[in-house]
Each structure stands twice: as structure tokens, then as C-alpha cells.
Design a protein around this ligand. Structure first.
Ligand code: GLC
Length: 431
């Protein structure tokens, strides 16, 4: 087995087994429908952004449908944006008026979501933005929507980030005391290295990360914390790319989870068209597990409270694949065997899973596996796959096939690719 990450304070034992979660970005930016950073991108003032708050009325919101789609896709946990950078809160926080209960929808949107996902057997994670472009004490910096308005900057010089930190800690306390057991808290993000000349980015000193961490460990023992507080957490979170290998910090493997979108945006974006195909998404899930990581795949529900049909189609496609192949994902991790080109291995004990991203003609050659496999089958229908050191049909005309070493095992595959997006051969290794 590969070298495993050292254990951290949070309990990641379930996390590395379950492998696949749903990220949800939902807030009033869904009404703008052009990215959750729209306030920053278009430098919108609080007054002008207010129209999204005043018209937010997700009348079709039924989190049970979301939870069912997540479960059917094979997802085992979910992470919801309790507050994003625009400062809007989905729950009935006692510390702000800027919350769902004060929009036309008039309801706490978080409680029914947590219940619905729990009822479907999923674990609960909260994303919480460290950044807040609405809070009156959040000092203006180079990411703030009002960054280019010098008059505003001047008028807001009195802002005190320590007062904002109090709010951040208070809201975190609410989130970790009002909703039962929370499995993950996902903070976003620190940028203290950023220097805008007239201002600097924010990080652990602004958030008072050490104190925040101590509080949350105390309130929810075992909770998993991500790595974006600028102090060590439990899980590393590469975003919008697939790492080339197991993610390492200072040369040591860590627990990691890639967060990815269906399209190029986290929040609902009507006119964004770079949607990934189901095939690509299934391959990304497999690729992550083959490198010891998880996949947190994001949906951005719209302002009526529904999942995008384009996301539903892909979730269902992934679910179809997972129904037959989840054995090669759950409980699996990287293997020490090196997979052939266009393939990925995952492994769970003595079961080695070969995922074929491209379907070859008749044979695939597995280096290092000669004499090590007891039995092999296709996972989608449990049909036997024959294998041999050098298959009889290749030992003709006194030649030996090139590139096949003494330790190579050759599988005999059917000519026609099984009708699944990524076929998997399950191999039972000898003890
Ligand atoms: C980023 C973005 C953001 C998104 C997050 C998800 O850091 O600020 O909008 O919520 O990544 O990982």
C-alpha cells in the first residue's frame, strides 16, 4: 500500500472511505445568474446589490429532491454555503439581518436542507466564507467590490476587522451549535500574501484562526476542517484542477479533496456553457481516488430553488455508473501497481480495480501482475475475464510479443466495450 497520510485531529476515517460529496453554492447571487463573484466582478455597491435580496423568492425549493439526486449519484456527504463572500446568510442568524428570513421567501433555508440530506443518509458539511463584502466592519481591500471607489474607501477607513472577527466567530458558533452534528466545516479563504499597495489581503491574524479553531474543535469534536484558515487543518482542497499525484505537503501525503464544478461557475450561471461531460466527470472521480483523494462536486441551484437540468442529467449519468461500480470507489485508494496508459487503478485490500478510460482491442498488458491474480471479472456484469502471462493466441509463428516482460499479465477483453462510461476490471489478488 502507498504511504498513508498522518492522522490529524479531525476524524477523516469515514471521509476517505466515502470519497464522493456534493458541494452546493446557493445564495442571492443565483438571481443575478452570472457567477457568485458578480458583486466583486462588476464592482456592485450594497445599494445596487440589494435588488437580488429584495427579489429572492425560491418558491420551488424542495431540498428533498436535491438530497435524492445526491444520493442517487452515489454522493455520501454534502457541503452547503451557509454564507458566501457577498455576506448573505441562508440561516436565521441572530447576528445579522442579511439573511434568508428577511427576503421575500421569508424562511430559514438551511434547517430543511440539513434535515433532508440527513434523512437520505448523507453527512453534513458547512462551507462558510471568511470574506464578507457586506459586513460594515470588513475592511476594504483589493478584492472588495468597492475597491476602486476612493471616496468610499476614505469614508470607511474606521472599519475594524477585529469587530468583524467577532461576528465570524459568533456565526461559526451558531452554525456548530444549532444544527446537530456537523461533519465538515469548510472555510473560504485566506489571501494574506496579496498586496494591493493601498491595502493587503486577509489571513489568519484577521480571522483569529487559532482561536476559531480551538472553539470549533471544542464545539464539535471530530469535525473535519479544511486548510483555508491559513493554519493546518485536516483536509487539503485543490480547486478546479486534477492533481497529478497524491497531494503532498512538505513531501508528505495528506488527506485531500478536489472541489470541482459541472460548468465554469460555482453559483448558478445561466449563460455559461463550459459544461463537463458525464464521461469526463466519472473519469475525474476515478482519477482522484486513484491518487488517494475525494471529489466534492458542485451544483449551483437557481433562484427558484431548483437544480439546473444540465446538472441533473450529469448527476444521473454518474449515478448510473456508480450503481454498478461504486465498489471501485468506496473504501478504495491509490495502488502501488503502476497502471497502463489511459487507465487508473484503485485498490481496496486484495481487490485491484482497473479502470479503462480507452477501450483497447482484445488485450491489455498489466506490468508487475504476472502470477499475482487469482480471478478477474468485469465489474458491470461480473463476467469472467481470462488472463495469462502470454495468451495462447499470441504465441504464434515462433515470435514473442514485444513489450511484454516476464512480470506482465495480459487480460483477454471482449471486442465490444461494455455499455458503461468507464469499464472496470475487478481483480482478486492472491494473498
Ligand atoms: C473559491 C471562490 C469561490 C468558491 C470556492 C470553492 O475560492 O472564492 O467562489 O466558493 O473557491 O472552492
Amino acid at each position: 500500500m502507498p504511504t498513508l497520510p498522518e492522522s490529524t485531529i479531525g476524524d477523516t476515517s469515514w471521509f476517505i472511505d466515502e470519497r464522493f460529496g456534493m458541494f452546493i453554492h446557493w445564495g442571492i447571487y443565483a438571481a443575478a445568474a452570472r457567477h457568485e463573484w458578480v458583486k466583486h466582478r462588476e464592482k456592485i455597491s450594497d445599494e445596487d446589490y440589494q435588488k437580488y435580496f429584495d427579489h429572492f423568492d425560491p418558491d420551488l425549493y424542495d431540498p428533498r429532491t436535491w438530497a435524492r439526486e445526491a444520493k442517487n449519484a452515489g454522493m455520501k456527504y454534502f457541503v452547503i454555503t451557509t454564507k458566501h463572500h457577498d455576506g448573505f446568510c441562508l440561516w436565521d442568524s441572530a447576528l445579522t439581518d442579511y439573511k434568508a428570513t428577511n427576503t421575500p421567501c421569508g424562511k430559514d433555508l438551511l434547517t430543511p436542507m440539513v434535515e433532508a440530506f440527513r434523512d437520505e443518509g448523507l453527512r453534513v458539511g458547512f462551507y462558510h466564507s471568511l470574506i464578507d463584502w457586506h459586513h460594515p466592519q470588513f475592511t476594504i481591500d483589493g478584492l472588495h467590490p468597492m475597491r476602486e471607489n476612493e471616496e468610499f474607501r476614505e469614508a470607511q477607513k474606521h472599519r475594524d476587522v477585529t469587530k468583524y472577527a467577532e461576528y465570524l466567530h459568533g456565526q461559526t458558533r451558531e452554525l456548530l451549535t444549532r444544527f446537530g452534528k456537523i461533519d465538515i466545516i469548510w472555510f473560504d479563504f485566506s489571501y494574506s500574501q496579496a498586496d494591493y499597495g493601498w491595502s493587503k489581503g486577509k489571513g489568519k491574524d484577521d480571522w483569529q484562526s487559532e482561536k476559531l479553531m480551538a472553539m470549533l474543535r471544542d464545539l464539535q469534536p471530530g469535525i473535519i476542517v479544511n486548510n483555508r484558515l491559513e493554519i493546518p487543518g485536516d483536509v487539503h482542497t485543490p480547486e478546479q484542477f486534477q492533481p497529478r499525484g497524491w497531494v503532498e505537503i512538505n513531501g508528505k501525503p495528506v488527506v485531500w479533496e478536489a472541489c470541482q464544478t459541472f460548468s465554469g461557475s460555482w453559483g448558478y450561471y445561466r449563460d455559461e456553457y463550459t459544461w463537463k461531460s458525464t464521461d469526463m466527470l466519472v473519469q475525474m472521480l476515478i482519477d482522484g481516488v486513484a491518487k488517494g483523494g475525494n471529489l466534492l462536486l458542485n451544483v449551483g441551484p437557481n433562484a427558484r430553488g431548483e437544480l439546473d437540468p444540465r446538472a441533473i442529467e450529469r448527476l444521473r449519468g454518474m449515478g448510473e455508473w456508480m450503481r454498478l461500480h461504486s465498489r471501485s470507489i468506496y473504501g478504495c485508494t491509490a495502488s502501488d501497481f503502476v497502471s497502463p496508459a489511459d487507465c487508473r487503478y484503485t485498490q481496496n485490500g486484495n481487490r485491484l480495480y482497473l479502470h479503462l478510460f480507452a477501450w483497447p482491442f482484445r488485450n491489455i498488458h498489466l506490468d508487475g501482475l504476472a502470477g499475482k491474480v487469482q480471478y478477474a471479472q468485469l465489474l458491470n456484469d461480473a463476467s469472467e475475464i481470462h488472463f495469462a502471462a502470454i495468451p495462447a493466441h499470441q504465441q504464434v509463428h515462433n515470435t514473442t510479443p514485444g513489450g511484454v516482460g516476464a512480470d506482465t499479465l495480459t487480460l483477454d477483453l471482449p471486442i465490444s466495450k461494455p455499455d458503461v462510461v468507464v469499464p472496470v476490471v475487478e481483480m482478486f489478488l492472491k494473498d
